[in-house]
Design a protein around this ligand. Structure first.
Ligand SMILES: Cc1cc2nc3c(=O)[nH]c(=O)nc-3n(C[C@H](O)[C@H](O)[C@H](O)COP(=O)(O)OP(=O)(O)OC[C@H]3O[C@@H](n4cnc5c(N)ncnc54)[C@H](O)[C@@H]3O)c2cc1C
Length: 350
């Protein structure tokens, strides 16, 4: 963490860990209660499982929305929370949670971002999405210096020999995007079939046909190098001998898995990797820390988006009492409350 990040944290009312559908809807319910939010997600975009696991699959059980895809639900939620101007911190893992001397909560991410808030809402779903590691012995020595599972800055790869492993959207998108930046790009995939969008597959094949990048249908078997720097990756085509390929950086995109991750060390009671909550307000064993959505556990819990939406509404009611201890909570309908309509920036109903 940089000294300035620690000394000048982002100040807010609520820190939401997880920008899945439930974390996003929490912004809405908290916003109606005058609670401002910052959200953190390890993914590089909002939507959680809906965006990462099934963006194009239809969902049929969102109340009053007969059908929408995971991506469409995410877009609609973003539109709905716009009036509340949430701040997003993407591509970062909420790593540390501590209480400050003045009774606030401080969350620090793995990229050194520091946020202080009056309450914390854990909407971490099945946990954080983490990249599947390359199943190669000794890979740890190279990770972060010449083996990468994400691209933070394309410039880092300028004029390098890059090998990209994988056959999904991330592998093909980065192969196409890095081709003009790198000295040379080789895409390595086990089969000549790709899970990526057809348009990306076509673009990749065109670049290969034009001689601007290489495609190797082979298994990645090992890597060679000195210290933490790769020299060669060793690949093997079916029925052929192993072959070294010069490589400065290896980017592996073998998909993501979900792990509870740092939430397990936040000092909150856990039961089988879930967070038990009180169903009146979805507060955890620690006052001021709430858990909503797939991450929580209570008798009868159903891991559905609509359950998380309901939990967000009850959580926000209790959150109000922490953030505005001097004010009385007022139950209001959005249809008839000019106060709520003002917050939403909509015309007052007659
Ligand atoms: C294939 C499939 C189909 C489904 N279909 C339906 C359906 O039809 N209807 C339905 O209601 N539900 C469906 N679900 C379930 C639904 O997607 C989940 O109930 C919902 O996504 C839970 O939302 P959430 O916001 O609680 O968690 P998630 O969507 O899991 O989002 C949690 C977010 O938190 C982030 N995160 C976790 N820990 C950290 C950390 N420490 N730091 C930073 N970020 C962190 C994760 O990266 C993730 O983006 C389906 C699920 C799958 C896999």
């Amino acid at each position: 963490m940089t000294e300035s990040a620690a000394q000048n944290p982002h100040m807010t009312d609520a820190i939401i860990i997880g920008a899945g559908p439930v974390g996003l809807f929490a912004v809405f319910e908290l916003g109606l209660n005058d609670v401002k939010c910052h959200l953190i997600d390890i993914l590089d975009r909002p939507g959680g499982q809906c965006a990462e696991l099934y963006p194009e699959k239809p969902i049929y059980d969102i109340p009053a929305v007969p059908v929408c895809t995971g991506a469409e639900l995410t877009e609609k939620l973003l539109e709905q929370i716009k009036p509340f101007h949430p701040a997003f911190h993407f591509g970062q893992m909420a790593e540390k949670l501590e209480k400050t001397a003045d009774g606030h909560w401080r969350v620090t991410t793995d990229r050194g971002t520091v946020i202080e808030g009056k309450i914390v809402v854990i909407a971490a779903g099945g946990g954080s999405f983490v990249p599947k590691k390359l199943p190669i012995k000794g890979i740890e020595e190279f990770e972060g210096t010449s083996v990468f599972y994400a691209v933070r800055k394309m410039e880092q790869f300028r004029d390098q020999n890059i090998v990209i492993a994988g056959g999904g959207d991330s592998a093909l998108d980065w192969a196409i995007n890095l081709q003009p930046v790198a000295k040379h790009v080789t895409l390595v995939h086990r089969r000549d079939e790709f899970r990526a969008a057809p348009d990306s597959v076509l673009k990749m094949r065109t670049l290969v046909a034009e001689g601007l990048m290489d495609l190797k249908i082979a298994a990645l078997t090992s890597i060679e190098g000195e210290g933490s720097r790769i020299r060669n990756v060793i690949v093997q085509e079916t029925g052929k001998a192993q072959e070294p390929m010069a490589c400065d950086a290896l980017l592996a995109f073998y998909g993501l898995t979900m792990k509870l991750g740092p939430v397990a060390h936040f000092g909150i009671d856990l039961h089988e990797n879930l967070i038990p909550v009180n169903t009146a307000d979805f507060e955890t064993s620690v006052p001021g820390i709430f858990a909503i959505g797939d991450i929580n556990a209570y008798p009868g819990k159903m891991k559905l988006i609509l359950s998380g939406f309901h939990e967000a509404a009850l959580m926000a009611k209790k959150a109000f009492t922490y953030v505005h201890p001097d004010r009385r909570y007022r139950f209001q309908y959005t249809t008839s409350s000019s106060d709520l309509q003002g917050k939403l920036g909509v015309e007052h109903a007659a």
